[in-house]
Design a protein around this ligand. Sequence first.
Ligand code: FA5
Length: 354
Amino acid sequence: MIEEYCQIDMKEDKTDNLMKIDELKQLKNEILSEIGNSSTYEIVEEKRIKYLSKKGMIPELFSKIKEVQNQDKKEFGQILNSLREEAYELINRLKAGFSNNEDNKIDLTLPGRKLPVGKYHPLYKMRDEIKQIFRQMGFSVAIGPEIETEHYIFDALNMPEWHPARKVTDSLYVDKDSQLLLRTETSSVQIRTMEKSDPPYRIICPGRVYRNEKENSTHTAMFMQLEGLYVDENVSFAELKGTLLAFFKHLYGQETNVRFRPHYFPFTEPSAEVDVTCFKCGGDGCSLCKNSGWIELGGCGMVHPKLLENVGVDSEKYTGFAFGLGIERLTMLKYGLNDIRDIYENDLRFLEQF
Ligand code: FA5
């Protein structure tokens, strides 16, 4: 009937083609039932456009009232009015029903929504792993302030007056007059630890340090160091080498090699720099290790007797070793990172990999 109606041109032959009241009633039922059978929100909307929009079928029927015979005009109009109202009401009811259903619908076959879960930063993962390894070797964890006095950073560490680290070009001073600066190394914690109690000392101190430094793929102005200190009777350089070798093998695997190169630090004598096999080339030489096959991870040495005497420890009776490693460098080696700055850029695509 609806299809037939679509083909009626009422203007052509007003007497024959005009729709009778009964036919209009039937059409009304068919339209309402077609709308009522809509199975989705989208289909209801299609029906609304088809029947109620400006160019829809119901407004078109209204425009044809003038062609209806006079005695039928009133009833024709009433039927159309009720059709329009019922169609509106039905469409609104159906639409409301479909949108409620959308909200309440539980489709048990849908995959679960992934909730973003925070992760430990690779640097802190590394710090905790380091702590765990040294704890197993009998070291405890010490802490110290990040804003330090020149005394703990330079004087007590036997730094000569001329040392460039004392200059504002190398170090970040909070206030030069009051001799306060951001600590440039965690070695200050050695002094603070020894001042507080008598030997033996066996501590590590992981913490942030700051330097007035240009950043590049291996250097940042703020980074983390791991300080280690072991002072007791008869502590030797061999124990320093054994401790660091055991640590690196634990961290990187049994095949890891370590080498010690003679170096100078004012607070240790003798002193050395510690290198570990390059992770990228496995020791063959590459751009990262500047073709040496080794990557520098830190400095170490036997605690200078002057330091022990300054804090009242008998340097004839006690000896000890100390070391300072860069935690970012340890992290880079562990995870094969080429650029230290990636650690601090907080790019989720990078961080989500750990
Ligand atoms: C020191 O800071 C000494 N205090 C280490 C030490 C402690 C020696 C105890 C003897 C006894 P150095 O400046 O070389 O040394 O730094 C140690 C390590 O920190 C470096 O090997 C490197 O791994 C890391 N490091 C140094 N500068 C930076 C930087 N700008 N960015 C990232 N890591 C750095």
